[in-house]
Write a protein that binds this ligand. Structure first.
Ligand code: 4NP
Length: 165
């Protein structure tokens, strides 16, 4: 590998069902990374299996679409062993999912595990609340929180990528 700022950074977002929060995070990340010139390989997955193969929640699709982000073209999947080697960062949306991905991590995993809001000054350790049983307004609020987290994460990753030898 040679130096420079153009190596792709791999980021996987993980929530429970992979139909609400992590697809929104994936979509926002792709948009912000493109705007800021961060070359990335981004995806999302769930820790649970009950929505495997489902499209994102219609409320998540709607709020993303209102912000110019398309997320409806993907289907839910569960995190798998290879993910711990394919991605540089696996970013959980809340504490329970961070614990779940930690528990399942292969002994020799290379990915770094974190929670999204750890990237935000003063909000480390805070979860992105699950909007699934909430209202449309909850989805709008969660979109805002995810957007803030992803903005901060992209800023950190730009620094990380630029510091690579
Ligand atoms: P997500 O939201 O983890 O943000 O995709 C949920 C989706 C489905 C369920 C819970 C949370 N569920 O219990 O079915």
């Amino acid at each position: 590998m040679h130096g420079g700022i153009h190596h792709h950074i791999g980021v996987l977002f993980v929530c429970l069902g992979n139909i609400c929060r992590s697809p929104m995070a994936e979509g926002v990340f792709r948009a912000i990374a493109a705007r800021k010139g961060l070359a990335c390989d981004v995806d999302s997955a769930g820790t649970a299996s009950f929505h495997l193969g489902s499209a994102p929640d219609s409320r998540a699709i709607a709020v993303a679409s209102a912000h110019g982000v398309t997320i409806g073209n993907r289907l839910a999947r569960q995190i798998e062993r290879d993910d711990y080697f394919r991605f540089h960062h696996i970013v959980a949306l809340d504490r329970a999912n961070l614990e779940a991905i930690r528990t399942r991590a292969p002994r020799d995993a290379t990915a770094r595990l974190s929670m999204l809001l750890d990237a935000v000054e003063g909000r480390a350790g805070e979860p992105v609340p699950d909007p699934y049983y909430g209202t449309d307004e909850d989805f709008v609020r969660v979109w805002g929180v995810i957007n803030q987290g992803v903005e901060a994460l992209v800023a950190r990753l730009l620094i990380e990528v630029n510091a690579r030898p």
